[in-house]
Design a protein. Sequence first.
Length: 209
Amino acid sequence: MKKILVTIYIFIIYVLLIALLITFVKVLFDSIGFDYSSFVYLISGLAKAISAFLIMWFLVKRKTVSIKWKTKVPYLHLVLYSLAALILMVLVHFIISGKSDVNVEFDIQTLLNLIIPTIIVAPLAEELIFRNGIQEILAKKFNPFFAILFASVLFGLDHVLPLNFDWLVLVNHSISGLILGYVYHLSKSIIVPMFVHFLFNLFLFLSII
């Protein structure tokens, strides 16, 4: 039970840090008359990255977890895991959410607001905090599949808490979290779910331009 509470605290601190950083930047921009709304997604993404890296630095420093970069799993297996996970995530996304009717024009604002936070920052920050952080802590005490499930639900909540609560979004991202968590469990390296997450977000971005 203690490990569960620890991971809940980590999640709450993560969400609060993001909110505090975003609020700080918004107040700073307002004070100098800068249009905050033009870069809201970029600022949110950077706040998420800073929060994740600070928390992981603290957890590593206290030896609660270690960053799992290397793996002894054969490279062919890693490729197969990644390919299977990517296909499953794409299928789940289109089954639950359907094809997006949104079309995005490619310009500098799109580059800053979508590509950087979504394709670059999110795979790094979210996989570190949810898979290498929360899931790893739980897996030391509980069945690995419980650890995957619990971390995945928090991963889903992270994508609906700042917005209007949407059950479909929660389910969609929680299932994606399950897939990414299982890939992390199989590969024993955080690089693999990061890479799958990156490819998935890149695919979604390309599907709307």
